[in-house]
Structure formats: structure tokens, C-alpha cells
Design a protein around this ligand. Structure first.
Ligand SMILES: Cc1ncc(C[n+]2csc(CCOP(=O)(O)OP(=O)(O)O)c2C)c(N)n1
Ligand SMILES: [Mg+2]
Length: 607
């Protein structure tokens, strides 16, 4: 990629977000010739069009830090200072959820990487790309400063994250570092996507370049990787799907692309397939479409179980946990199963996030978007549009504000009403969320969960998503549990500082309530007192003032809101603040409790 193209991309981005570009301007350094190893690293990030690098600083990469600020002028990539490494990684995660592309994050030596590991795991399980840069050393022991360089040098630092990254490297020269960055970017963004980690030796970063690196044509080192289906597989899938009487599509990990969304709708309508979706991953199908089975849930619900049992052909579009979903029906499916996935290419022996092994009759090794496009293309042109099998049954919703104490449903329905016709992206939802409260009609209406079930992902992911959505006309709204919020609410400072509008609504039940449900189940099973379930779970005495925690970081803090009738006015004010460019947090004190469906599914007994 020519430097001029990268510069043009940076200029376009800065023009799109001049208020971000105006933050933290360095005094010009007066020289622009690369002179050090880390200058090569910084230039490669720039040439890859990586717009931002979320980071928490550290001496291990002081060379790179200098190159980004004083060699490249903190422009492309621009630094996003984070207060915790977990926030830096989660922000890159959220950014990828919207754009489908890797941004960078930098974390200091072993300790910074250790802080970031849970967020790396979340991104890995969510199959989201990112380029994580780290540092160590000097690897050459005689160059180390006493004590600190020794405790912050590890023989194999990448081992900390190797089991949940696609690839890692520790290049020993600037030329090798350039190659590592190209390979890392290429691998992270190729399907199935995931994080990569590149560990930069402090001495390599700080050493003078003996001579400039020979220029290369970057595009030739990051070729697009076609991930389409083999024609024979498409033919067989079309045969099965068109012959089916009751086809079912389980729409899982798909992209945020609107054309791909429309293609899924066209395919389902053409073959009269019902479609299931899930809250684990981003919106995949209009939830108010007559063919959509039931409101998306994080767990398999009864309607989906029934749809699976009734189906004669089931096509999974990289559905998360196909085997577990079948298991929830109590038997292996009698339907023929088509699995469209590339996920098998990531599976390793450490993490079980590959889930169970599902029975499959036709395996289409392809990216789901590419497969659906090929299927739509290959359908017989005379395939009469089948009538949707079912009418939509509107979900039963309780009247708003029937009681004074706020239920999460009150929070959701009032928020939905306050949002009105605005285009909104739900960047995160709480564990207590129910899909019936909020329809998805666009691939960016909902971005899915944290991926790895690591609580504390919500705020950072929301900030990263809001960054990617800034200027798009979509408002970013994250609904977090109080436990999730409290674990990483300092992510919000980064949003405030870099002028990233975002609304966070906290479903604050003053508890790690998920686990109260589990303690209740154990107590019942053991015939012990259920009323003790709150001990070691509830965050009271003192109750934590979340609005103050927001205000302390320069965000608008609203609440605590304790009565249903207060919600409309508070949400209106918070939305107005976000529309004016601010970060707002609304602390909604909800009564502890999940809907019966959620609680039942969460603690469903294993077979
Ligand atoms: C890092 C991490 N720690 C602990 C857990 C176990 N855990 C799962 S859900 C949950 C409670 C989360 O609390 P909150 O966000 O307030 O949601 P609530 O259950 O109250 O609706 C906990 C502690 C986890 N999944 N991840
Ligand atoms: Mg809670």
C-alpha cells in the first residue's frame, strides 16, 4: 500500500472526526526520516490504515510510543489512552464488532498483557479481529536495567495469550517486525477472525536503523482471502433446501453488512425457511419478520426447541454451539443438517470454546455471508416465493410502569420509547435482557455479547463500538449490569476524553445477581436455606453511586432512578446529552430478578 494512500485514509478519517484528531497534538518534531526500529513498526501500522491504537503506557514500548508521537505526529494511528489494559483490548473488540476490522491495542510487557488477558479471551471467543502489540526485554540480558527490566522480561511472553489468539510472534529485527505486523493484520482479519499478539523487543525498538528498510508493496503481503463455498457444496445445499418442507436457518456469526442481511432475508423468503437468532452474536435477521422463530435469547428457548424438532432441514450459518443447541431439544435432530462454517480452522486443544461436535450431513466450509450469496444466486429462478409459514405472535408485554419498583423490562421498554425513531445500536445488553423488548431490523441494531462470558466487557466494548459509530448517525447505547459496569467503568474516561458519544444504562440490581440464581438452585437441590443466596453477592452497605462514578470521569451521571415514572424524563435528558456529543450514564435501580425463562435457561440442568 502506497504511503500516499495511507496518508489519504488518515486525512479522510481526521476530516470525519476532527474533534478526535484535535486531541493530544504533539509539537512538530521537525524530522520525518525513520531512524529507529520502532519507527518502522509505527510506519507499518500507518501503512495498514490502522486508525487508532488503544493503550496504557509502559517503558517496555517507550520506543514505539515515541515513534507514534514524534515520528508520526500521533495521527495515524492516533493513540487512545485507556486507564486499564482490559479497557484497551475491549475497545478494540467493540470497534471490530462494528467495522469487522482490526484496530490496534498496545499493552506493557508481561504485566500489561496480564491485565488484558480476559478481554483478549472475550474477543477470541467472539471471533473478533485485533492487533495487540506488546513488548519485552531487552531480550539481550546485558542490556537490561537492573531489577525492573528483569521482572518485566519473560522468556515466552506470547504464551500468556497463545491459547486464545490466532497467532503471535516476537520479531528480532525491524524487517522481521514489519513482516510480523503484515502477517498479523492479514491473519487477524481473515475469516475466521481473531486477535493476534506481536511482542516487540525493547532493544529492537530502540536501536538505530543501520539503513532504511527497502520499501515494499504492502498490498501484495495482505492479499484478500476468498472464503466462498465450493460450487458442488452449493448445489447440494440448494437441493436439500428447496426440497425441504420445513427448513430452518440458524443464523449465527454473520457480518454487519446490509447486503448480506438482505441476502439472508431473500434466501429465507424464497425457500420459506424459519430463522432463529441468538443474543450471543450480533443481529442476523429482522426479529419482527414473520419467519423469525422467537425473540432472540442468550439461551435456547422453547420456541427454538420446537422449531428444531419440526424442521426437516436445518442450515446453521456458523451458529454458536450447534451441538449444545441440539442437546437442548433432548435428542439429536431428525432433520438433515447443513453446517456453514470456517470455525474449525481455529479450534485448539486448550479452550473448549469450540463447543460440542454437532451431527452434520453437509458441511460447507465457507464464510456464511459468501455462502448465502452463492445460495441465493444458485436458487432455481422459478422457485416460487413460498408463503411465510407463520404469522408473528406479538410477545406479551406487561403494561409499562404497572408497579413502582423498576423491572428490567420497564427499563427496556421506556428506553425504547425514549429512543423513538432514532437509529440506535445496542452495543451490549445485560444478562437480564429479553429479546422481546427490542426488535432488530438492521445488522447494526445489535452487536452481540462479550463472547467469552467475561464479566466487565460491556463498558469497554461499548466505547469501542461508539468510536466506530461516531458520525454514522447511529446512537450507541450499552445496557450493562452493575457488576459488569463496576468492573470496568473507567473505560468511560476514554470516551469522554476523546469526545465519543455514548449512552450507558445500568440495570443496577446491586448484586452479581446471576450467581444468586445459582446459589438458589444449589440451596434447593441440597434442601438448605434459599434466603442466604444473597451473601457474597449483593453490593449494598454502602450502595455504590454509579452516577457519581460517571461524573467523576467527566460524563453526565443520572440517577439513581428508583421509580418507573421517572424513567421517561431521565432517558430524554440522557439522550439529549449524548446527541450533544457527551457520554451519559443512567443508574437505574432495578429489582433483583430475571424473567422466569432466563432464570430457567441459565440454570438448566446438564444432561
Ligand atoms: C470475570 C468474571 N467474573 C465472574 C463471573 C461470574 N459471573 C457471571 S455473571 C455474574 C454477575 C454479573 O453481575 P451483573 O453484571 O450485575 O449482572 P446481573 O447478574 O446482576 O444481572 C458473575 C459474577 C464471570 N462470568 N466473569
Ligand atoms: Mg447486577
Amino acid at each position: 500500500m502506497a504511503k500516499s494512500r495511507a496518508d489519504a485514509a488518515a486525512a479522510a478519517r481526521n476530516a470525519a472526526h476532527p474533534e478526535i484528531a484535535a486531541i493530544e497534538r504533539p509539537n512538530p518534531a521537525g524530522t520525518n526520516a525513520p531512524g529507529f526500529g520502532s519507527d518502522v513498526v509505527a510506519e507499518t501500522l500507518r501503512d495498514l490504515d490502522i486508525p487508532y491504537i488503544a493503550l496504557n503506557p509502559g517503558a517496555s514500548y517507550r520506543g514505539l510510543h515515541d515513534s507514534l508521537v514524534n515520528h508520526l505526529g500521533n495521527a495515524a494511528p492516533q493513540m487512545l489512552l485507556c486507564l486499564h489494559e482490559e479497557a484497551a483490548i475491549a475497545i478494540a473488540h467493540g470497534y471490530a464488532k462494528v467495522t469487522g476490522r482490526a484496530m490496534a491495542a498496545a499493552v506493557h510487557s508481561n504485566v500489561g498483557l496480564m491485565h488484558g488477558t480476559m478481554a483478549v479471551f472475550n474477543a477470541w471467543c467472539d471471533r473478533m479481529p485485533m492487533m495487540i502489540l506488546g513488548a519485552t526485554g531487552p531480550v539481550d540480558a546485558v542490556k537490561r536495567r537492573p531489577w525492573i527490566d528483569w521482572i518485566h522480561t519473560a522468556r515466552d511472553q506470547g504464551a500468556l495469550v497463545r491459547h486464545y489468539t490466532k497467532w503471535d510472534d516476537q520479531p528480532a529485527s525491524p524487517g522481521a517486525a514489519r513482516e510480523a505486523l503484515l502477517r498479523g493484520w492479514w491473519l487477524a482479519n481473515a475469516a475466521p477472525q481473531g486477535p493476534v499478539y506481536i511482542n516487540l523487543d525493547a532493544e529492537m525498538q530502540e536501536a538505530k536503523l543501520p539503513e532504511p528498510l527497502a520499501p515494499i508493496d504492502i498490498a501484495r503481503f495482505i492479499p484478500p482471502v476468498a472464503a466462498g463455498p465450493a460450487p458442488e457444496m452449493v448445489r447440494q445445499a440448494v437441493e436439500l433446501l428447496t426440497a425441504a418442507k420445513n427448513p430452518l436457518i440458524l443464523a449465527g456469526r454473520v457480518s454487519r453488512d446490509l447486503d448480506a442481511w438482505n441476502a439472508r432475508v431473500a434466501l429465507a423468503e424464497a425457500i420459506g425457511a424459519r430463522v432463529g437468532t441468538n443474543l450471543k452474536v450480533g443481529a442476523a435477521f429482522p426479529t419482527d419478520h414473520p419467519l423469525h422463530v422467537s425473540p432472540p435469547a442468550a439461551f435456547v428457548n422453547d420456541e427454538l426447541v420446537a422449531a428444531i424438532k419440526e424442521a426437516d432441514v436445518i442450515m446453521s450459518l456458523d451458529w454458536v454451539d450447534l451441538a449444545g443447541t441440539f442437546k437442548s431439544t433432548g435428542a439429536q435432530p431428525t432433520a438433515k443438517v447443513i453446517q456453514v462454517s470456517l470455525d474449525q480452522n481455529l479450534h485448539n486443544g486448550w479452550s473448549m470454546d469450540h463447543q460440542g461436535l454437532p451431527p452434520v450431513d453437509l458441511f460447507v466450509a465457507a464464510d456464511p455471508d459468501a455462502a448465502v450469496a452463492a445460495l441465493v444466486e444458485a436458487l432455481p429462478k422459478d422457485a416460487a416465493k413460498k408463503k411465510p409459514a407463520l404469522a408473528v405472535v406479538p410477545p406479551a408485554r406487561k403494561p409499562k410502569g404497572a408497579e413502582d419498583e423498576i423491572a428490567v423490562e420497564d427499563l427496556a421498554l421506556n428506553l425504547r420509547e425514549a429512543v423513538g425513531e432514532r437509529a440506535v445500536t445496542l452495543t451490549h445488553v445485560s444478562l437480564s435482557w429479553h429479546g422481546a423488548w427490542w426488535d432488530f431490523r438492521h445488522p447494526l441494531d445489535y452487536l452481540g455479547s462479550d463472547g467469552g462470558g467475561g464479566v466487565g466487557g460491556g463498558p469497554g466494548i461499548s466505547v469501542g463500538a461508539a468510536l466506530a459509530l461516531k458520525g454514522s448517525g447511529r446512537m450507541a447505547i450499552g445496557v450493562c449490569g452493575d457488576g459488569d459496569f463496576l468492573m470496568s467503568c473507567t473505560s468511560l474516561w476514554t470516551a469522554v476524553h476523546y469526545r465519543i458519544p455514548l449512552l450507558i444504562v445500568v440495570a443496577n440490581n446491586r448484586s452479581f445477581y446471576n450467581d444468586e440464581v445459582h446459589q438458589e438452585r444449589v440451596a434447593l437441590m441440597r434442601k438448605r436455606p434459599v434466603e442466604n443466596k444473597w451473601i457474597g453477592q449483593r453490593m449494598g452497605d454502602p450502595e455504590i453511586d454509579l452516577a457519581q462514578m460517571a461524573r467523576a470521569q467527566g460524563a453526565h451521571g443520572f440517577g439513581p432512578v428508583t421509580r418507573v415514572e421517572e424513567l421517561p424524563a431521565v432517558f430524554a435528558k440522557a439522550i439529549a446529552a449524548v446527541e450533544a456529543g457527551a457520554v451519559a450514564v443512567v443508574d437505574v435501580r432495578v429489582k433483583p430478578g430475571y424473567g422466569p425463562n432466563v432464570a430457567r435457561a441459565m440454570t438448566r440442568q446438564t444432561g
